[in-house]
Design a binder for this molecule. Structure first.
Ligand SMILES: *[C@@H]1O[C@H](CO)[C@@H](O)[C@H](O)[C@H]1NC(C)=O
Ligand SMILES: *[C@@H]1O[C@H](CO)[C@@H](O)[C@H](O)[C@H]1NC(C)=O
Ligand SMILES: CC(=O)N[C@H]1CO[C@H](CO)[C@@H](O)[C@@H]1O
Length: 341
């Protein structure tokens, strides 16, 4: 092989390498993504300590933008992802660490709840329910960087049944659960059933106004914890891995559920979510209804989340119902419970 041939081959290799790099980066050129990142940071009030941090966050943002665009370009999906939410500069690992916090295997299984399922024989179950329409659901809240989804899940369920039984919509205190429920671990995670038990034993729960949310662990303010804006007499578990029984329960009141959250959740924007789920149960939300999508009749659960309104459909998600597995999509029917008054 002559020298010229080698040079030509080398040039082609360089060009080829450049072309393949360019094609893997054609989704967004650097300048466009830099601008997107700047605008995003402005919109969500994100500031960075120094240039190194900014550069690191920019790279994560760019990877996330690519992930979202590749997903949406595949088309043929019943749901869309979007970069326009508060999680856009977080890695998947950071996102899961800060914003979830259901730890069903970390704590001993509680036995104190009433184990009967009072809605077992319900026959007149409507086809669709949306408890927002009955005024039984508060504005979306935001757990921020504190793994106390379990507290938000429980509070929304109690707010719901309180409105249904008393006619009054109150906003209740997640912070009280974070600070005072010693069987759970505040921002480090917890379980819904244990929190229902704490509220029962405490004789009630204080209001959001009296004991406001801080987004971090704190000492229990026993003065504030004595205010009782709502009370429960206990809780019950929905038959495990039975979406029909889950539907009966949600037909009657908002229900606390655990789910297995994975990568795609971070950027869920709209439509009926059909998975990417996580490998294990790690998050808690509240089911506030169920229905069928207008476009294709697909069955879904209406999920109220605690990640603010920039995520999902103004803070809510439609998650596919009766997708085929007994435990439900992302395990939605595997750890469901509701408070009783
Ligand atoms: C449901 O019906 C069965 C059969 O009549 C009865 O044994 C059971 O106690 C009922 N369950 C509830 C929760 O009412
Ligand atoms: C069933 O539900 C509908 C609508 O809520 C109500 O109008 C009807 O009376 C109910 N029927 C029975 C048998 O409970
Ligand atoms: C979710 C969805 O729309 N899936 C469709 C993808 O495309 C195939 C082939 O056209 C359809 O059979 C699926 O229903």
């Amino acid at each position: 092989m002559g020298f010229t041939t080698l040079v030509v081959i080398a040039i082609f290799m360089v060009l080829g390498n450049w072309a393949s790099q360019a094609s893997s980066r054609t989704l967004h050129d650097e300048v466009t993504v830099k601008n997107m990142h700047e605008q995003w940071a402005q919109k969500y009030g994100r500031t960075y300590a120094d240039d190194a941090e900014k550069e690191k966050r920019f790279k994560i943002f760019r990877d996330n933008a690519d992930f979202v665009e590749k997903f949406n370009n595949k088309g043929n999906r019943t749901y869309k992802l979007g970069i326009d939410n508060v999680f856009a500069d977080l890695t998947s690992q950071e996102f899961l660490t800060y914003y979830t916090g259901f730890r069903p295997t970390h704590f001993p299984k509680s036995s104190a709840g009433t184990k009967s399922f009072r809605y077992a024989n319900l026959t007149n179950v409507s086809d669709t329910v949306d408890w927002r329409e009955q005024g039984a659901v508060n504005e979306i809240k935001n757990q921020r960087e504190c793994g106390c989804c379990w507290a938000f899940s429980v509070v929304a369920a109690i707010e719901g049944i309180t409105k249904i039984k008393t006619g009054k919509l109150v906003s209740l205190s997640e912070q009280q659960l974070v600070d005072c429920d010693k069987k759970n671990e505040g921002c480090n995670g917890g379980m819904m059933d244990t929190a229902f038990e704490y509220i029962k034993e405490n004789g009630g729960i204080s209001s959001e106004e009296d004991y406001p949310y801080q987004g971090r662990d704190g000492d229990c303010d026993s003065q504030k914890a004595r205010e009782k804006t709502a009370t429960i007499s206990g809780y019950e578990d929905v038959t495990q891995n039975n979406e029909e029984d889950l539907r009966k329960a949600v037909n009657q009141q908002p229900v606390s559920v655990g789910i297995a959250v994975g990568d795609e959740f971070q950027f869920y924007e709209s439509g009926v979510f059909t998975g990417g789920c996580g490998e294990r149960m790690n998050h808690a939300v509240t089911l506030i209804g169920y229905g069928y999508s207008d476009e294709d009749g697909m069955k879904y659960w209406l999920v109220r989340n605690s990640w603010g309104t920039s995520w999902g459909e103004s803070g809510y998600m439609k998650l596919q119902r009766e997708a085929g597995q007994p435990e439900g999509l992302c395990g939605i029917a595997s750890a469901a419970s509701y408070p009783i008054i």
